[in-house]
Ligand binder design. Sequence first.
Ligand code: ATP
Length: 300
Amino acid sequence: MNAPSDKLDAGTAVLCRDATVTYPGGVCALDRINLSVRQGERLALVGPSGCGKTTLLRVIAGLQPLTGGVCQRSGGGTQRSGGASQRSGVVTQRSKVETQRADSRAGDRRSVATSFVFQQPALLPWANVLKNVTLPLSLGRRRDRPSATEMREQALAAIHEVQLTDAAKRFPHQLSGGMKMRASIARALVTRPEFLLLDEPFAALDDLLRNQLGRLLLQLWRHHRFTSVLVTHNIAEAIQLSERICVMHQGRIVSELDNPLSTSDPHDDLRRTSEFGVFFGRVSDTLEKAASPDMEGSFA
Ligand SMILES: Nc1ncnc2c1ncn2[C@@H]1O[C@H](COP(=O)(O)OP(=O)(O)OP(=O)(O)O)[C@@H](O)[C@H]1O
């Protein structure tokens, strides 16, 4: 069989075909995943603990080697099981924090136009907000780096976008949980990534903050139109932030639901509408069905 072309269709950001990950030790975390993500789409992955959400996010980022199938990313190359990653497209800087989190075995497979936001903001404690946000800009090859003045301007602009200007000189221990998360988002977006990958970013925050930061993310998406993939256990958050929700179970995508309430307007208060309750129920039923032992195999 001929190898599939490395060129993605215009408008496609990610294409996984039969993407499979079996970890050493034999756990099959992803079982022949087929997934296409449009450029600029906001996708959410939901599913019970251990169903493979984070592994799929890492595959999309190019951090996780496949043991079967293919995953292609626009501007980020192609990953095939057992084969070297091939990269094409624009190279930009990446955050050292992301780098520290990367699986070193997969180090050369990651897309540098990808940023992560994790539950733990992971700010450098000895650097103030401005320095933390500047860091990703200073990590690229010297010839690709902006000047010090440009870096500072770009970092200040990113800090302004997350409404942290007044706290730019503060150190992480002087910030609230919500402020740390804002700084983490600014650091993720300062390089203007093509992909923003979010792994349960607001799980440690209360509902009010979660809602506020969700609105902020929508605002930033409206402005920058990055492709985003959000892993969350929170159905309301998935509905607030995504256009499509993929429900996962035991390493497979068992259902894809287009979000009829999808909005990019941060002012829309979806949770107050009756449609929200109806769609919430639909996602929740799908999740319950996936997790029910009686339904094992019924999605296959
Ligand atoms: N490095 C690893 N080595 C071996 N097994 C792993 C590794 N990472 C994850 N797994 C296993 O792979 C499966 C999928 O894990 P993954 O973290 O992708 O699930 P998840 O849906 O993100 O879970 P959660 O919602 O609890 O974060 C789990 O059974 C997990 O124990």
